[in-house]
Design a protein around this ligand. Structure first.
Ligand code: AMP
Length: 407
């Protein structure tokens, strides 16, 4: 065991995180990140930087402000968290920290997003000793207060309303904030949170004395104005959203009775033309049921849903990536994190309830210039989701009878 800064003790070395160099991709190794952070990244199963990470990290790690145009699913959370955690590791506090005085404030519009960011922060900082606390509405105030009172906090993740409650009761002070992250600024605007956010931002140190990382899926005039007033000479990075209904995906819609879906799915899975496929289900229980059904018919497959333990999810994903697993059954939430090339087929066992999810699903295939096939089962139970999908992708689709040769 060798001690490192801040008492990090580990036998772990970068030899255990061997990622070959490839053209057009950055590795986390290329950014000279702290070793315990690399260990966290390795444990999460990340291999190469996503485009937003490649574009953001060189600036964010050099203390520049960044405005980033990127949607959820691009890896933007890790992009800003890696910058924050590196900064804190490299410049530990000289004085002992004071309770309720976070060094980084991350503002997000919704509880779900804030909790997700908290989870990612805890995962990445697992071997670093940085402490993350999340304060969000709709959950017990006193429990959140207890967490703040227990020990100093390094990263505070918050939704605006609940943070204002804490500020008004003098339970949190933003005077020591070194990094301010504003996530999904356009949604904050749509949800009417900007007056709250403005009050919060004014309680942090002046923008010349903090680093500001500002993210939004879209940048219209109003969002630009906010970005201008809260950042100084930011580097603006843009990640194009998944193009709507990519040209490289052959989309097929099969009209099929609800009671025929399982048999049709089985038929598809038995066909070797289905080289590597993701089957999407709308709910976790449906995912588990399909896995059981297919396994019972001797089809090797695994499920990926939110209630599967993280460790198992990663192992499953790695087997799928490595080509050791041909078929994955997933929910939308689990499916968003899947960035695997070479998926030949996406099968929508049920049409998603949100049209946007349809595009996210079919975007798993036809990546990197390859062509892919998306087959959607349309039955009496989910056909009513079709008009919204047609509107979203901007084209009318025609439903056909199943063609059992899916190539
Ligand atoms: P986000 O856009 O931040 O919501 O991230 C989407 C998903 O991608 C999350 O599940 C992350 O854990 C995952 N992720 C982030 N960075 C990487 C990476 N470099 N490699 C693989 N997965 C990643």
């Amino acid at each position: 065991m060798k001690p490192d800064t801040e008492g990090y003790m580990s036998d772990w070395t970068l030899d255990e995180f061997h990622i070959p160099e490839v053209a057009d991709k950055d590795r986390f190794h290329d950014f000279a990140l702290p070793l315990p952070l690399m260990q966290g990244i390795a444990a999460l199963g990340y291999e190469y930087c996503t485009p937003i990470q490649s574009k953001t990290l060189p600036y964010a790690l050099s203390d520049y402000d960044v405005t980033g145009q990127a949607q959820t699913g691009t890896g933007k959370t890790a992009a800003f968290l890696i910058a924050v955690l590196t900064r804190f590791w490299e410049t530990p506090l000289q004085d002992s920290a004071t309770k309720g005085h976070p060094r980084a404030l991350i503002l997000a519009p919704t509880r779900e997003l804030a909790l997700q960011i908290e989870g990612d922060a805890k995962g990445l900082s697992k071997y670093m000793g940085q402490r993350t606390v999340c304060v969000v509405g709709g959950m017990d105030f006193n429990k959140q207060l207890e967490k703040l009172d227990k020990k100093p906090v390094d990263l505070l993740v918050a939704t605006p309303g609940r943070l204002i409650d804490f500020l008004e009761r003098n339970k949190i002070s933003l005077s020591k904030v070194e990094v301010l992250v504003i996530d999904e600024a356009d949604r904050m605007l749509d949800m009417g949170f900007i007056p709250d956010v403005r009050r919060i931002v004014y309680q942090t140190p002046h923008k010349r004395r903090r680093q500001t990382l500002f993210f939004s899926a879209t940048f219209n005039d109003s969002v630009m104005r906010l970005a201008d007033s809260w950042t100084i000479d930011p580097e603006h990075v843009v990640i194009e959203p998944d193009s709507v209904a990519t040209d490289t995906v052959d989309q097929r819609f099969w009209m099929i009775g609800q009671d025929q879906k399982e048999a049709t799915l089985l038929n598809l899975c038995e066909n070797p033309a289905l080289e590597r496929a993701i089957i999407f289900a709308n709910r976790r229980d449906q995912t588990h049921r399909l896995v059981k059904f297919l396994q019972g018919k001797n089809i090797t497959c695994e499920g990926l849903a939110g209630d599967v333990p993280q460790r198992k999810r990663l192992a499953t994903l790695n087997r799928f990536k490595d080509g050791d697993l041909r078929i994955l059954v997933a929910t939308d939430v689990a499916g968003r994190g899947i960035h695997v090339d070479g998926i030949s087929h996406v099968i929508n066992y049920s049409l998603p309830e949100e049209a946007e999810d349809y595009v996210h699903r079919i975007g798993r295939t036809g990546r990197a210039g390859a062509t892919g096939i998306a087959i959607s089962f349309v039955s009496e139970d989910d056909a009513f989701n079709l008009p919204a999908i047609e509107e979203y992708i901007g084209e009318q689709v025609s439903c056909t009878v199943p063609d059992l040769n899916p190539s």
